[in-house]
Ligand binder design. Structure first.
Ligand code: ATP
Ligand code: MG
Length: 475
């Protein structure tokens, strides 16, 4: 059973139940109302009839009493079947709706004196249900006669059922219309729900088949529209991840292959050199290149391992008092020879204090700064300058934080990619500068390590002008 059909069915059943419930309620209420209305009319009729009789009897005008009886019979025909009056002196007046001798012989004897007011229901000989009301008429507390009125109960019930059947026809009509509109609406609603599901299913199937160029084009302003947007964003991210994966695989293979082939090549060269007695200088150069390649391989493997540890929440911070100025000076000194070799400069900006002590994991801080410095060296051209700076109090985060800058005047990063550089495997592509390949893990590790120290990192950059990485650490 399709979702749309189920939806229509459930809504229709629900609608039917509601219509039955409401109709039954209306029916019962209306019946009560009509019965009450008829009883009320009967009471009013009796009250005005009694008032007319009293008026006439006060004037001792019995003809007026007869007129009142006649008026009652004529006005409320066929509701009033008979009416009559009998005085204490046995003056008897009687009129009936049907004016028929046989009938009169049944009803006339019912005009009799009573001491107290009473009402009764009975069936006439013709089978008609009669409601009879009788009461003594009094003037100044003195009993002067009795009136008797017989109402047709059947007539009243017939009138009620006519009223009810009119209303039932209306209810039926409204119910049919409501049912038809309800079913159409439910069907339409079902369609509006199932159509997006169908689109989502088709799009998901495309992704499963490997077609990542999927986008749901239908625009809607409701929750389903939000779902479509989320799906489209997800599909976009899957696509980005897929291309990131491709670039990761290519950079990983590059990062593994190039140092390995350097090691392999120079090992062969060294073996030949030893055999053929090459000069020592040449052999030393080969060994240095092998050393560099192993350093590069080690750093790559360490990055991968660090990242795995970070992912598994296993990277621990061992805090100890650390002189951040001394630590940075050491890194600067370490990089100076390489900078000279690459015709670049690296320096530590003047600090007013020769030592700033913070509570941090010195090894991890070294790794953070080394990563930033090696990036700065990598993405700076000949004659480039790399400057490191320590601010004892962070300008943005306050006196409880120390702020460190690694500034270069290299190729920079396009504005819209600045925040993305901390993402895993992300490598900037700007179409303007040729960028040395890496794995895109260095800055991810930097960001995670700073986060573990409860610090913050960010980058400021202009394409072609240079980049400054800034981070703060709690003291
Ligand atoms: N100082 C910088 N100047 C210009 N671009 C930079 C700088 N630092 C980082 N980037 C850009 O950010 C990207 C991500 O840097 P990250 O250090 O994470 O990776 P990587 O250096 O490419 O590889 P890895 O560090 O893992 O060997 C780099 O590929 C580079 O494009
Ligand atoms: Mg790097």
């Amino acid at each position: 059973m399709s979702l749309r059909f189920k939806f229509t069915l459930y809504i229709s059943v629900l609608l039917l139940l509601v219509i039955i419930g409401v109709s039954y309620n209306i029916y019962v209420t209306q019946k009560k109302f009509l019965t009450h209305q008829f009883s009320e009319t009967r009471e009013k009729t009796l009250t005005s009839f009694v008032a007319m009789c009293n008026e006439a009897l006060k004037l001792k005008d019995e003809l007026q009493v007869y007129n009142a009886i006649e008026l009652l019979i004529k006005t409320y025909n066929p509701a009033v079947v008979y009416a009559g009056y009998v005085s204490v002196n046995n003056v008897n007046m009687y009129l009936s709706r049907d004016n028929n001798k046989n009938i009169d012989s049944e009803f006339k004897p019912r005009i009799r004196k009573v001491r107290t007011e009473y009402s009764e229901n009975y069936y006439s000989l013709s089978g008609e249900k009669i409601y009879e009301h009788s009461a003594p008429l009094k003037i100044d507390g003195e009993n002067i006669g009795t009136f008797v009125v017989g109402f047709s109960q059947d007539y009243m019930e017939k009138q009620i059922s006519v009223g009810i059947s009119k209303m039932t026809t209306q209810i039926k009509l409204v119910s049919y219309v409501a049912m038809i509109i309800g079913i159409l609406l439910a069907n339409f609603l079902g369609y509006t729900f199932t159509k997006p599901l169908k689109l989502l299913t088709e799009a998901s199937e495309e992704i499963t088949k490997g077609n990542l160029d999927v986008e749901i084009k239908l625009k809607r302003k409701d929750e389903i529209g939000v779902l479509f947007n989320t799906f489209n964003n997800m599909a976009k991210q899957v696509k980005e991840l897929d291309s990131m994966k491709d670039s990761f695989v290519s950079s990983v293979s590059h990062e593994l292959r190039s140092p390995l082939s350097a090691i392999d090549g120079y090992c062969d060269l060294l073996i030949d050199g030893v055999n053929q007695g090459h000069p020592q200088e040449q052999q030393l150069k080969g060994l240095q290149i092998i050393k560099q390649a192993t350093v590069r391989l080690t750093s790559f493997i360490n990055n991968i391992l660090d990242l795995a540890k970070i992912k598994a929440n296993k990277l621990e911070i061992r805090r100890a008092e650390t002189d951040i100025v001394a630590l940075i000076s050491e890194i600067v000194s370490l990089y100076e020879p390489l900078a000279v070799q690459q015709k670049k400069t690296i320096s530590l900006d003047i600090v007013f204090k020769t030592s700033i002590i913070i509570n941090a994991d010195a090894e991890k801080i070294k790794q953070i700064i080394t990563n930033l410095v090696s990036n700065a060296m990598k993405f700076t051209k000949e004659n480039g300058n790399i400057i490191l700076k320590v601010l004892e109090n962070s300008t943005g985060y306050g006196d409880n934080y120390v702020e460190i800058w690694v500034k270069d005047d290299g190729i920079g990063i396009p504005k819209h990619q600045v925040d993305l550089v901390f993402e895993k495997f992300f490598q900037v592509q700007d179409g303007q500068f040729k960028r040395p390949k890496g794995t895109g893990l260095g800055l991810t590790i930097v960001a995670e390590m700073i986060k573990l120290h409860k610090g913050y990192v960010w980058a400021e950059s202009d394409l072609g002008c240079g980049t400054t990485f800034k981070f703060v650490l709690p003291k």
